[in-house]
Write a protein that binds this ligand. Structure first.
Ligand code: NAD
Length: 328
């Protein structure tokens, strides 16, 4: 029998962490028979640790066969010790009046500290998925603070944008979302992201010919870019179920692979592809095999998409500049 997988969720007392935990424990990530040793991490505050203890008792009450053990902690080093799979969810959500810079300076510090702890104690093959916003730049900060880990151990979550795009295309064409392959969302997980349907296929072939360009540019792209804001306006809080689902989808593909005739979007450190300077964490189409991701090469975005891709990159570069003091 395989040894249990050591898996950490930070922000486990928060909304996304809570949803993610029970889905993984039920077997939605590695299958119901693969044992997982959970490390639930959140702030070391007494009230929050008490809540985590309550959550761990709820987990016991599910009697999931896949749960090999649960540790509750406020210490990143204890949380990441030997961890093979890590979801970095814990961070402050943006509140009214907060600028992107304020958010970055508050949350960036968390990812500096956690990057260092991962560097010191995590498995050398760890897969770290950064969910907390601003996800691309937090991931960049964590990588810069973990020089002994290969940067391919990290990715940022763009899967929610990817899934949202597939959902809208399926709705427009009146087909099942499961039919749609090869969606791409370039760039930053922000309002500059570039959902690109140019390569999408369904059972009828390329879908580009089935959808007009006007709809793509004037309705689809703004809808995807602003979907998070729309959800906040309706629910009074940022996405939870769809965000936890996206984290699960991204890690599942990274861990278990992508189908032969498909790819997925992940925020990964650039290797210089598509004119994006090396090292910056950017949304790319990737395939995954044997636990590793590779950027899909050889696509030829049109001039309009290329322009949008560079605008999104400029935002990522500005965020990295703002985070300079957190990078080492
Ligand atoms: N990338 C995406 O697509 C995406 C989508 C939705 C939400 N998010 C982001 O995910 C994050 C979590 O969202 P949520 O709805 O679960 O928020 P939440 O406020 O419900 O939970 C956040 C949790 O993080 C904890 N936390 C804060 N600082 C921490 C630290 N230093 N170490 C460990 N835990 C810490 C808090 O105590 C809290 O329990 C937010 O940053 C949100 O913006 C990202």
């Amino acid at each position: 029998m395989n040894k249990p997988i050591k898996l950490t969720i930070t922000g486990a007392a928060g909304k996304i962490g809570y949803d993610l935990l029970f889905r993984i424990a039920a077997g939605n990530l590695f299958g119901p028979d693969r044992q997982v040793e959970f490390r639930l991490m959140d702030l070391a505050r007494e009230d929050i640790q008490k809540k985590l203890t309550g959550i761990s008792k709820e987990l016991e009450d599910c009697a999931f066969p896949a749960v090999a053990g649960v540790t509750v902690t406020g210490d990143p080093r204890e949380a990441f010790d030997g961890s093979e799979v890590v979801f970095l969810v814990g961070s402050k959500p943006r509140t009214a009046g907060m600028t992107r810079k304020d958010l970055l300076s508050d949350n960036g510090k968390i990812f500096k500290e956690q990057g260092k702890a991962l560097n010191d104690v995590a498995s050398r093959n760890v897969k770290v998925l950064v969910v907390g916003n601003p996800a691309n730049t937090n991931c960049f900060i964590a990588i810069k603070n973990a020089p002994d880990l290969d940067k391919s151990c990290f990715s940022a979550m763009l899967r929610l944008d990817h899934n949202r795009s597939i959902g809208q295309i399926a709705k427009k064409l009146g087909i099942n979302p499961g039919e749609i392959r090869k969606m791409t969302v370039w760039g930053n997980h922000s309002s500059t992201q570039v959902p690109d349907i140019s390569y999408c296929e369904n059972n009828g072939g390329r879908i580009e010919g089935q959808i007009d360009k006007e709809w793509q540019r004037n309705e689809f792209t703004p809808l995807i870019r602003n979907r998070g804001t729309e959800i906040i306006a309706l629910c009074g809080a940022s996405s939870v179920g769809s965000a936890a689902n996206a984290a699960l989808c991204q890690m599942r593909n990274w861990y278990s692979g992508t189908p032969e005739d498909d790819w997925v979007t992940m925020g990964v450190p650039s290797d210089g592809s598509y004119g994006i300077p090396e090292g910056y964490v950017y949304g790319f189409p990737v395939t995954c095999k044997d636990g590793k991701y590779s950027i899909v090469k050889g696509l030829e975005p049109d001039e309009y998409i290329k322009k949008c891709m560079m605008l999104s990159f400029e935002e990522i570069r500005e965020e990295a500049d703002m985070a300079q003091e957190l990078l080492n």
